[in-house]
Design a protein around this ligand. Structure first.
Ligand code: ATP
Ligand code: MG
Length: 511
């Protein structure tokens, strides 16, 4: 009897204990001792972790960056306007994180997941730390599928594969953002999720990008993560990591993701500012010693996963700005060595109106060629080489008064190729259109077309190919290698185009 009552008591006691909530909860609260721009020094945060999230008295968030036994350096992730020395700072017990989920598609958010558009608050979403280890080697697969940008000069001569990291670099106002943006717009209906991370740009430029994405119906598969130049330096610093965490969420589900970092020069500058204020010793160009590491750890997260891990991929297009065409500066050389190739935009070509101003000689894609569709590889394999030869030839031909027939032919063909590589904005080309046009060139069908008519002719070929060669176009898109018969068929089709001009139908000069 006594035993039973004891047991009941024990049970009741356990139940009370389980439901017991203390009236007071302990919280780690520190105090700000100094504030210098985007960095606050706080004391009393014993036991705090690196990259832990803290909240200032006015609600602004901060990220703990440097740890000393007594004083912690905190990077502000918001405005310092209402932060005073001596005010409180609270530990939040978690590292800096971002929300993830399909609900983010079509939204514009900042690096902590706060929506910046007018579509209302986000639903309650899962959150993940913005810093994640890159996928281990054994989970990675080689780059095998092409990522079609729809831009002729890139798809033909500097092809990009899914899971590749291709740098876009050039001086200011050379069309870097235009290439990245056109690539996003051209992914429509290709089942690719795009993420545009705008880092440290003018608000007006970012607004223009968002407007253009909306205008071309690209927002439905795109997420924009923004920290403009006016935003807190800390926010600019975390933006690319946050954007990559969102990309990883989709990659893990087996999706193909395209992520644009526009641009990492400003990201590097933001980090330099933070590091100098945290009193870390400056190195080359006053950048801290770990600048290479912060970029490589970011870009290593982009990869192509093996089929047993879902076969997803993240293709990264980091953008950087060069000064006075200096590719050998610190940040450009770092990023050139981290990425799998670069697309260099030349201000000279831009000034001459050859847009997109891609300098083919200085651009390279180290892995994309293997992923190019068979039809393409077969056809344009020689094009890159002959294009560089043409550029050399053109320089020399200025001095030579008389040129032999072969040289003249190569020169004329090169000029036509350069003309064909010109492309207006938001005019994506499908793979078969590009292949048919390049075939017309290599088969010499355009040799007799006057230069000023080249683009008109190209438009004609393009508009009629899809209607007249339906079956063949579909096969090319599936990756079929063109047989001699296919080539003949295409040549016949081109020669029959009315208005191509009698002169264009002269016997083809086999290239
Ligand atoms: P910034 O250094 O300011 O970031 P950027 O290198 O990103 O500049 P963009 O803003 O992309 O350059 O382009 C500069 C201008 O060139 C824009 O007005 C853009 O519309 C124009 N432009 C770029 N590419 C083309 C093109 N293929 N056809 C026509 N105009 C183009
Ligand atoms: Mg730009």
């Amino acid at each position: 009897m006594l035993e039973k009552s004891l047991q009941n008591h024990q049970k009741a006691f356990k139940k009370t204990l389980a439901s017991y909530k203390p009236l007071f909860e302990t919280e780690d609260i520190g105090r700000i001792i100094s504030l210098a721009g985007p960095i606050a020094q706080a004391e009393g945060l014993a036991g705090v972790h690196a990259e832990e999230l803290v909240r200032f008295a006015d609600g602004t968030l901060g990220m703990v960056s440097s740890l000393n036994p007594k004083v912690a350096g905190v990077i502000l992730l918001g405005s310092a306007e209402n932060i005073r020395a001596g005010s409180e700072i609270r530990r939040l017990g978690r590292v800096v994180d971002i929300c993830i989920g399909r609900e983010l598609l079509g939204r514009v958010i900042d690096g902590t997941g706060v929506p910046l558009d007018t579509k209302g608050p986000l639903p309650d979403l899962e959150r993940r730390p913005i810093e994640q280890p890159a996928p281990p080697i054994m989970r990675r697969a080689p780059v095998t599928a092409p990522l079609e940008t729809g831009i002729k000069v890139i798809d033909g001569l500097i092809p990009i594969g899914k899971g590749q990291r291709e740098l876009i670099l050039g001086d200011r106002q050379t069309g870097k953002t235009a290439i990245a943006l056109d690539t996003i717009v051209n992914q429509k209906d290709k089942n690719i999720i795009c993420i545009y991370a705008a880092i440290g740009q003018r608000e007006s430029s970012t607004a223009k990008v968002i407007h253009e994405l909306n205008l071309h119906g690209a927002m439905e598969y795109t997420i924009v993560v923004v920290a403009t130049g006016q935003d807190a330096t800390g926010l600019q610093f975390i933006t690319p990591y946050a954007a990559t965490t969102i990309a990883e969420y989709f990659m893990e589900q087996g999706k193909d993701v395209l992520i644009v970092y526009d641009d990492l020069t400003r990201h590097a500058r933001a980090y330099r500012e933070l590091s100098l204020l945290l009193e870390r010793s400056p190195g080359r160009e006053a950048y801290p010693g770990d600048i290479f590491y912060i970029h490589s750890r970011l870009l290593e997260r982009s990869t192509h996963l093996r089929p047993e891990y879902g076969n997803g991929s993240i293709t990264a297009l980091p953008v950087i700005e060069t000064e006075a065409q200096n590719l050998a500066a610190y940040i450009p050389t770092n990023l050139i060595s981290i990425t799998d190739g670069q697309i260099y935009l030349s201000p000279d070509l831009f000034a001459k109106g050859f847009l997109p101003a891609v300098d083919v000689g200085k651009s390279v894609s180290r892995v994309g060629g293997k992923a190019q569709k068979a039809g393409f590889r077969d056809l344009v394999g020689q094009l890159r080489l002959s294009y560089s030869q043409f550029e050399e030839l053109e320089t020399f031909s200025r001095f030579a008064s008389r040129l032999d027939a072969e040289t003249t032919k190569n020169l004329e063909r090169g000029k036509r190729l350069r003309e064909l590589l010109r492309q207006d904005r938001f005019q994506g080309y499908r793979d078969f259109e590009q292949i048919i046009i390049m075939l017309a060139l290599t088969e010499g069908l355009l040799d007799q077309v006057p230069m000023e008519k080249i683009r008109e002719t190209e438009d004609m070929i393009r508009s009629q190919a899809a209607n007249q060669l339906v079956e063949l176009c579909r096969e090319i898109s599936k990756g079929r290698i063109l047989t001699e018969k296919d080539k003949e068929k295409i040549c016949h089709f081109i020669k029959d185009i009315p208005g191509l001009g009698q002169e264009a139908q002269a016997p083809a000069v086999k290239g």
